[in-house]
Write a protein that binds this ligand. Sequence first.
Ligand code: C2O
Ligand code: CU
Ligand code: CU
Length: 505
Amino acid sequence: MITRRKMLAGMAASGAIIASGLASRSDWGSRSALARRSQPAPLKIPPLLKGRLENGVRVYDLTLTRGVSEFYPGVKTPTLGVNGPYLGPTLDFRNGERVQLNVKNNIGESTTLHWHGLHLPAIADGGPHQVIQRGATWRPSFRVKQQAGLFWYHPHLLHKTGLHAYLGMAGGIRVRDPQTDDLPLPKTYGVDDIPVILQDKRFNRNGGLIYSRNMHDSMNGMKGDVLLVNGGFAPIFTATTTKVRLRLLNGSNARTYNLGFSDNRSFDIIAGDGSLLPRPVKARRVVIAPGERVEIVVAINKSGPADLVTFPYRTVNPGRGSGMMGRMMSMMSDDNRRFEVLRIQPGKTLTPSPELPPKLLDLPRLDPAMAVKTRRFRLDMLMGPMAMMRGGSNFTINGKEMDMRRIDARVKLGTTEIWEISNASPMMHPFHIHDIQFQILTRNGRPPAPHELGLKDTVTVAGGETVRVIAKFEDYADPINPYMFHCHILEHEDGGMMGQFVVVA
Ligand code: C2O
Ligand code: CU
Ligand code: CU
């Protein structure tokens, strides 16, 4: 008799094989940790929650729940979710509409729910100050003021963001906008417009999720050895159209993915975090760091499946930190694991999709001359022996750890600012700013790549790099309630690499 314990141990061992090579076309999924399943699992599509209209306000009911998920057949894994045991529905928002979210906290402990990427009053942001006590219901309401795009929600409780997010309490927010709704892009949810949420996990032998706090995992962030895609392993999506739009969301705590297709086919990148790109950008690879979103359109034909997989990604700049230390860090931290992400297989018939439009969005560049201020943020972390002496890693911005009682920046309402983020550590940090969508001005003095020309709320800053972004801080002032800025590696955020700003009239 094979016990569950043995089975999981076996799966964990076979998981190591993923790292050594890609599956061939015929054995998709067989090398994943779920090798035992008899049928390859179809991609789960989170339900689209359209809300209900009440006096002109679109109302959504969300219940944060503790649940049990079955990732491995017959094995029960305790998880957190929204309106279900794991992950949550995709919220369907329209630009200009007023929304209200009724967030009931049933997880048995305090948490928060943050609307990542949305421009809204600080009190509605769901950051560490908007704690929802156990059993309570929080009812933020605001007008949607966004470009069309994929945003998301996740918990944000101080020192608990990593754990709560890791257990699964997250979901997508699709914003539509009449300005761009008519573009000939794939846009039928679940048919040719597909949310793809990437989260790496580590399971213990009883099927529980491991959230480790050891030195290595706090320094690198919590990374897993298996990849969940919308809550499934190496799932399969059956296409019914000749083009499929993937709305990729990196909902992982710490891992960055360098994505591409196993046959090296090219695809079009059409959107970044907070908007469409000015025009589609052809690529064979795209990097997505924690917190970021990227939308791609891939052509599907009858000749075979399109297999989305990960390629090595260098998290550490080995030039930073003294030679040996740099190489060691690189070995320990780089995101080199090969995952099977998603197989898109052609269905019996493929309905022709329209050609992509040459232009997507008219996005005027913000002029640096408009900026009234340049603020500098220096990201740093103590590592190795230094961190050990201090009893753990130490994560700072401008030399300071996050303090709920300290406001780090006061921005004047209606002004444009340049934020210059430099990374003094060897490890890449995805830097995220609440409230605004920014444009990248320069990366180490050079203009951003074409696929980074859209609106962004999270930007990778590699070891030794300096990235300058520009944004206008509009609409909402509140001298009391701050917005956050932080590294989106959640263990770095929880470890102190976060600060607060207020917007004042
Ligand atoms: Cu996605 Cu402050 O978070
Ligand atoms: Cu955010
Ligand atoms: Cu970081």
